[in-house]
Write a protein that binds this ligand. Structure first.
Ligand code: FPP
Ligand code: MG
Ligand code: MG
Length: 325
């Protein structure tokens, strides 16, 4: 959780109420669901999406918490459900240092629990009467996540010719969710349409930057630091920006392509592929893109929102640029 961090200082209390609400939401007459739900919530997570949503609601100072908080919960529940499903698809055994639901309870129970949490999110939205605009935005997140996941599965292990294929995929997988989280906060705060649009764009830009940093870290960090083996993306056929850059510019592009398309790569193959990417300027190129997105994010924060909120948005964008990569 980010409650102790200065970026989210002004929403510290709200984030603490969110935790209570999350635990309340996973209560089910079926004890096993409650147990799994509690396991998922207590395993942590940065709560970045609801935090950005709550921060955006502070663009106005008269938003009723009883009205705004269920939506924060729904945002985090959709995220949690998507991760539970993702871990089944990826056959992952740990997340955030804890056992995944599929590792602890098996794939069937995990998928069904994901469905359950997902339904709880939409039940809260229906109950609190947020209206069609908000429901549609939430549904768009799930469509994007599903589309992104399907594309990633279907077109894995093949290097796209165009950077836009990559940008589109990370938008669907990460940035659009963060964009909508900010947008929803601005809508709930009844901000003028230009601010709603600007905060959406802000979320999109920090989301893109965040995912590119993640993709760089996958290549540069030791396995201990990121909790999964270095080069894991290549191993899983997920082709990221530095790899596409290397494919376009390296004199060893064909070798890189062969290693990736072979799928059955050995540890040596993987190390060689990472070396080819590192020897091209792929990582540096990706870092310049991170900075471009973050500059765009800083520039688009509306000036007519409270300065404490503006400063928090700036601090979040700065934080993404300063992650150790
Ligand atoms: C993490 O990706 C996972 C996602 C970005 C979303 C996964 C979405 C679905 C499975 C479909 C949506 C389903 C519902 C119920 C909303 P990753 O595997 O690249 O990253 P990781 O390292 O965090 O596992
Ligand atoms: Mg995964
Ligand atoms: Mg995945």
């Amino acid at each position: 959780m980010l409650t102790t961090n200065k970026m989210f200082y002004i929403i510290k209390k709200d984030l603490s109420s969110l935790e209570d609400l999350l635990y309340e939401t996973v209560e089910s007459p079926v004890e096993l669901i409650t147990d799994i739900g509690r396991h998922l919530i207590s395993s942590g997570g940065k709560r970045i999406r609801p935090a950005l949503y709550i921060l955006a609601t502070k663009s106005s100072d008269n938003v009723d918490k009883n009205y705004s908080m269920p939506l924060a919960m729904a945002i985090e529940m959709i995220h949690t459900a998507s991760l539970v499903h993702d871990d089944v698809l990826d056959n992952a055994s740990t997340r955030r240092g804890s056992a995944t639901a599929n590792a602890k309870w098996g794939n069937n129970i995990a998928v069904l629990t994901g469905d359950y949490l997902f339904a709880k999110a939409f039940a809260a939205i229906a109950k609190n009467d947020y209206g069609p605009r908000i429901s549609e935005l939430l549904a768009s997140i799930v469509c994007d996540l599903s589309e992104g996941e399907i594309l990633q599965n279907h077109f894995g292990y093949s290097i796209p010719e165009d950077f836009d294929v990559y940008y589109d995929r990370i938008a669907k997988k990460t940035a659009n969710f963060i964009a909508v989280s900010c947008e929803l906060g601005a809508i709930v705060a009844k901000q003028p349409e230009e601010n709603i649009k600007a905060l959406r764009e802000y979320g999109y830009c920090i989301g893109m930057a965040f995912q590119i940093v993640d993709d760089i870290l996958d290549l540069t960090s030791s396995s201990k630091k990121i909790g999964k083996p270095a080069g894991n993306d290549i191993l899983q056929g997920v082709i990221t920006l530095p790899v596409i850059y290397a494919y376009k510019h390296s004199s060893n592009a064909e070798e890189l392509k062969n290693i990736i398309e072979n799928r059955q790569m050995t540890h040596e193959d993987l190390t060689r592929a990472i070396d080819i990417v590192k020897q091209s300027d792929g990582i540096e190129f990706a870092k310049t893109k991170v900075n471009e997105f973050l500059n765009r994010a800083h520039a688009i924060i509306p000036n007519n929102i409270p300065s404490s909120v503006h400063k928090s948005f700036d601090a979040i964008a700065d934080f993404i640029g300063k992650r150790d990569y």
